[in-house]
Design a protein around this ligand. Structure first.
Ligand SMILES: Nc1ncnc2c1ncn2[C@@H]1O[C@H](COP(=O)(O)OP(=O)(O)OP(=O)(O)O)[C@@H](O)[C@H]1O
Length: 253
């Protein structure tokens, strides 16, 4: 019984087939990396899993809920760090996190404790009362990471977790993600950073042209004797591109 299950998922936008028969399962305790070139269908898949997009076909389940028919129920159970998400410019981090806490049904004390703990962990204590419009992109990203984890969800979807963070904070966030997944949670990370995926993920799935083309387990020793993750990525993505690129023969010359 996976924490996240995707079966035969299809989603098109007009004539663009964004997701074309996606299949995978993520268990609790896994830090799953979702890798793929631009336009491969990663964001569309995450949007479907978080109830923001309705699939054309196939089934998706997150903690046994169906995001297509129970989007609010799904979103209550998960944390989401969206692609290029930023906190509202007219609120301070404290005000925004209080608002998120209310939506998440957290007590005021719990929100205050979590806010203090995350501000200390990521180093934004001095910015808690500053409007987001006056924060740097990296400082805003720290607030967005905090809102994704504030209710300690069992499943978290994260798009580019380390975007705009300085190297010191990147290390802290990487360590946190590893320990969070190890605490029987499922952490789903979409990223273009193959080195980071190789370093922190327990398993990765490589996506091309709206489908999962291969998976690799990265648990200790699992990839011994195999090529690097970058080599696997290039090999599989290039194979898909070659398959889809029309040749002169295809064009009838
Ligand atoms: N709202 C939309 N309307 C029309 N086409 C869309 C929409 N969203 C995505 N697409 C198309 O669907 C395909 C998959 O896009 P998606 O954003 O899921 O890819 P991605 O793997 O997240 O890419 P990236 O790594 O660039 O963020 C692309 O061809 C994209 O242009």
């Amino acid at each position: 019984m996976g924490a996240i299950r995707v079966d035969g998922l299809q989603k098109s936008y007009g004539s663009v087939e964004a997701v074309a028969g996606m299949e995978f399962t993520v268990e609790r305790g896994e830090l799953y990396g979702f890798l793929g070139p631009n336009g491969a269908g990663k964001t569309t898949t995450i949007r479907t899993l978080t109830g923001q997009v309705r699939p054309d076909a196939g089934t998706v389940r997150v903690l046994e809920t169906d995001p297509a028919t129970e989007p609010l129920e799904t979103r209550r159970k998960v944390g989401i760090l969206p692609e290029q998400g930023s906190p509202p410019s007219f609120l301070t981090p404290r005000e925004y996190l209080e608002f998120v806490g209310e939506v998440r049904d957290l007590s005021a004390d719990r929100v205050a404790d979590q806010t203090a703990a995350w501000a200390e962990r990521l180093g934004f204590e001095s910015k808690l009362e500053t409007l987001h419009t006056d924060l740097s992109r990296g400082q805003q990203q720290k607030v967005m990471i905090t809102q994704a984890f504030i209710h300690e969800p069992d499943v978290v979807f994260i798009d580019e977790p380390l975007a705009n963070l300085d190297p010191l904070v990147q290390e802290q966030v990487k360590r946190f993600l590893v320990s969070y997944a190890a605490g029987d949670n499922a952490v789903f990370v979409s990223t273009h950073n193959i080195d980071v995926a190789e370093e922190i993920c327990t398993r990765v799935g490589i996506v091309a042209d709206g489908q999962l083309v291969t998976e690799r387990s990265l648990d200790d020793g699992a990839d011994e004797g195999e090529g690097s993750l970058l080599e696997l990525f290039l090999e599989r993505v290039e194979a898909e591109e070659t398959r889809d690129t029309p040749t002169l023969e295809h064009l009838g010359s």
